[in-house]
Structures are given as C-alpha cells and as structure tokens.
Design a protein around this ligand. Sequence first.
Ligand SMILES: Cc1ncc(COP(=O)(O)O)c(C=O)c1O
Length: 328
Amino acid sequence: MAGKVRVRAHAKTHKSPDIARRQIAAGAVGVCCQKVSEAEALVEGGVQDVLVSNEIVGPAKIARLAELSRRARLGVCVDNLDNLRQIAASGARLDVYIELEVGMGRCGIAPGEPALALAREIAKAPGLRFGGLQAYHGRAQHVRSMSERRAHIARAAEAVNATRALFSRHGIETPIVTGAGSGSFMFEVESGAWDEIQPGSYIFMDGDYARNEWAAPLPRFDHALFVLATVMSRPSPHAAVVDAGLKASSVDSGMPTVWGKEVLKFTKASDEHGVIETPATSTLSLGEALMLIPGHCDPTFNLYDELVCIRGDKVAAVWPISARGALL
Ligand SMILES: Cc1ncc(COP(=O)(O)O)c(C=O)c1O
C-alpha cells in the first residue's frame, strides 16, 4: 500500500455546496466539479478549493473561470495547447492539470511526449501553476468484475508513472496525480501512482453501482438517494403505475429499482409514469409510497431543486441543489 492519498470528493454528483462543505469538514481537501457554472455555485456556497476536473473551452467560459480564480483556489484540466494559451492569456490564476487519456475514451492527451509539451507551456505562463496530472478511467468504474477493474487501473497506472518519470527527466516535477472514482479508487490508492482520488457517487450509491462486484479492499457503500413515488394506478393484478417516470429519475444506466421490494420490477418509464411489474399476489394499493433507487445518481440530482434529508422518519434538513442546471 502506498503513502497517504488525499480525497477531493466529486461534487458533480450532488451539485450541493451543503454537501461539499460537509465532505471537506470530514477530511476532503476540496471538491471537483465539471463546469465553470458549477464551480461558481460551489464558491458562492462557501467552498474555497475547487478543481474543475474537465476542459473549459471558449472565451466566455474562460473569462468566468478567470474571474472566479480571484475568489477561491481553483484548478482546471487541459488537453490542448491552444486552449491552454487562451487560459493563460485570460489572466486567470489557476492550478492547471494535464488530463491524460488512460482508457476513458473521452478527453485527455496521450501520455508521454504529447503531455510533456503541455507541461512546458504551463511553466511559461505567469498566472498558471502546474497542478499535476489528471488520470481518470471512468469506464473502469462500471466494469462489474473486481479483477478486471483492477487490471484496467494497473494499465492506467503504468501510463501515469511513465509520464511522471518522463517529466522528471526533463526537470518538471508533478505535484499531484488526481483521478479515480467510486468503482475503483482503492486500486488507484494501492498502485501508488495517484496522490488524490475523486470519488463522487459513493455518497449515494446508485442502482448501477449496486450491480458491481464489491469486495475488499473496496468498501461497499449503502444506498442513500431515493425518489419517493406513489402508486397511482393498478391496471392489472400484474402491474402498478407510479407517478415517477423520466422527469423523476435518470434511466441512462437502467431503470430504477424499488428499495426493499425486489419482487417489484420497474420496467418502463415515460414522462410522468413508471410501470412496475408485480407478482399476482401483490397487495400494492393506490396511494402507497415506494422508494426508488435511481439507476444513475448524477443526472437524477439535476432534475431536482432540493434534497430532502431524512433521519429516522423525520425530515432533518432540506438542502438546495444549488448547481442544478449549471451546465455552462
Ligand atoms: C473526472 C471525474 N472524476 C471523478 C468522477 C467521479 O466518479 P464516480 O461518481 O463514479 O465516483 C467522475 C465522474 O464521472 C469524473 O468524470
């Protein structure tokens, strides 16, 4: 096992400064988010250390990033020289991380020499500080088998280590390697290649993550995000319809599941309706409440203005989802 690894929780999951502040109070060094406007909502809500773990492109967004960089400690990712030069020219004061493509198939520059060219350019920009590398293998998070997930991260670690060593041979030290998510973070920690992890979904555990194989060293987290649905029709003894459909829960990672009632199968969602297959013996009746576990927590949060926090059978707090719709 490697040395200490810091946690920078991902706030794209919850879009809530109330939760972000609690994650920091519990030990996180700060949070990540994906959008400038999300970062604005987090800073507005009292979060002082935010990494935009994403590329920010275009003059309007870069100007907002520069403005925000005067109000909080801010980081951003780059994978392109022109984009980096535009950020440097904006007068922003930022930690800049080079995003490496390590298997995600999304953003990121190839490890090794291509990344080195970006690091040299960051060193030339007066307002920018080289924060390090971001290596996030998001696809690995959802690979069901533990051994396959571990193997994906081991390959990513090789690319990270090789790039860090190359930088070092050219006199550039890499302060932090950041990345990792809920499905794999202990493998990144074990590898010794990462200094910081960015888990997001772990605090809520959606239906998709529940389908992963979980064993040591990865802890299994409990579900904590539910959509309250009410039975509004029983068209047959085998079916119930609830008042929660596409506008209530994301379905990109599968239909919601019904918490504590595995015999009920949520099979179809339309705008305002969800169809649930029931055993013929089911006594579900109109008005009955069901707790749905969304397939994917992040896009579900973006459907709501508020999060109702329940402790026991009481409402303990209501937190605004302040960065809802913050997509710029
Ligand atoms: C760059 C980055 N880091 C971390 C995460 C957090 O992943 P998870 O919610 O699976 O923990 C994500 C999620 O998409 C991400 O895009």
